[in-house]
Write a protein that binds this ligand. Structure first.
Ligand code: ADP
Ligand code: MG
Length: 343
């Protein structure tokens, strides 16, 4: 039974390393050393029932790895993932794991790659229902798929068609219908609108918001674009090189971005009250994760960096209603600029 007040998802100190070494023989002959890439480095967060937490950050910062760890597509190198109070790594019983898996689903960035091109839409959407044996009767299953298509704004007749007969936005609607078909409580959405045109993005985001309200869903929403998450999130976590550098509720984060990286992302959002063009472009590049900088990993790009930032890695600590990992903010030598006043 779900317990009131307990987070639906709790991630504690989650890390994931990838061995990206050259093959063994090359290492022996060329004397190359083993190379370990830490894609996710001690990430912790909670998501309450019915809430949306977004993770934002530039490409390569570990967002998809977090998503895949939560969905069980990768195993953690360390740390734990608790769903409704249960540690997923401690479930050894296959039946219990299957029952757990039904409760959360994932939506991917590329709706074409994630839909089997040789299957009719009806079969695609019915697949999770079949594999979890939720409906046995074929007629009832057909009816249920029709309802799901209706829920995502498509026609029940679309079940007869193949994925290539749809536009990108419609294909993402099919992915959403499939994800919803097992009646999940929790959806991990990895850049669900990033491959779509801007106008279609808004429609899909609105659909996701409506579905959340109707079905009481909880979302982990992932995007490289801070502007996209503004209207869908209750809280936002900003990731940089495998770590969360700032996390706060949406209003706080947008109204008063603290970390210099968050400030940089926020100032790149096109300001609709002005000309609509980007204000300050995001400068610099993400460092090589195989050779991360000492101290704060953002220090090479940070306009405020001091010696301490190049030596000591800042911890994620509470700061006035947010959590932020930045020496300058905690020690008071980085100016805090309200986002809109900065325009
Ligand atoms: N299967 C993998 N093997 C090796 N390296 C990987 C693998 N998956 C991701 N990485 C690396 O981990 C880092 C984070 O990747 P990813 O989680 O995909 O970031 P994002 O989704 O934020 O773009 C990147 O440096 C990426 O190259
Ligand atoms: Mg990704």
């Amino acid at each position: 039974m779900p317990e009131a007040g307990r987070p639906l998802l709790e991630v504690r100190g989650l890390s994931r390393d990838f061995d990206v070494s050259r093959p063994w023989l090359n290492r022996v002959i060329e004397g190359a050393s083993r190379q370990i890439l830490r894609a996710v480095d001690g990430v912790s967060f909670t998501i309450n029932r019915g809430e949306t937490l977004s993770l934002v950050g530039e490409s390569g910062c570990g967002k998809s790895t977090v998503a895949r760890l939560i969905c069980g597509l990768y195993t953690p190198t360390s740390g734990s993932i608790l769903f409704d109070g249960k540690d997923l790594a401690k479930i050894s019983d296959r039946t219990e794991m299957l029952a757990m898996r039904r409760r959360f689903q994932m939506i991917f960035q590329d709706p074409y790659a994630s839909l089997n091109p040789r299957w009719r839409v009806e079969k695609i959407i019915a697949e999770p229902i079949r594999s979890h044996r939720l409906i046995d009767d074929e007629r009832a299953l057909h009816k249920r798929v029709g309802e799901l298509l209706g829920d995502v704004g498509l026609s029940p007749l679309d079940g007869e068609k193949y994925p290539h007969e749809f536009s990108g936005g419609q294909r993402q609607r099919i992915s959403i219908a499939r994800a919803l078909s097992s009646n999940p409580e929790f959806l991990v959405c990895d850049e669900p609108t990033s491959a779509l045109d801007v106008s279609v993005q808004a429609q899909i985001l609105n659909l996701m918001k409506d579905l959340q309200r109707e079905h009481g869903l909880t979302y982990l929403f992932i995007s490289h674009n801070l502007a996209v998450v503004a209207h869908i999130s209750n809280r936002v976590g900003v990731m940089y090189l495998g770590r969360i550098v700032e996390i706060a509720d949406t209003k706080t984060l947008f109204g008063r971005p603290l970390h210099p990286y968050t400030q940089m992302l926020a100032s790149a959002i096109p300001d609709i009250t002005m000309s609509g063009k980007s204000r300050t472009p995001v400068a610099g590049e993400v460092p090589n994760p195989l050779d991360p900088p000492r101290g704060c990993s953002f220090n090479p790009r940070c306009p405020h960096a001091r010696d301490k930032c190049r030596e000591v890695r800042p911890e994620l600590l509470p700061f006035e209603g947010a959590q932020v990992a930045c020496h300058g903010i905690h020690e008071g030598w980085i100016p805090i600029v309200p986002a809109r006043a900065a325009a």
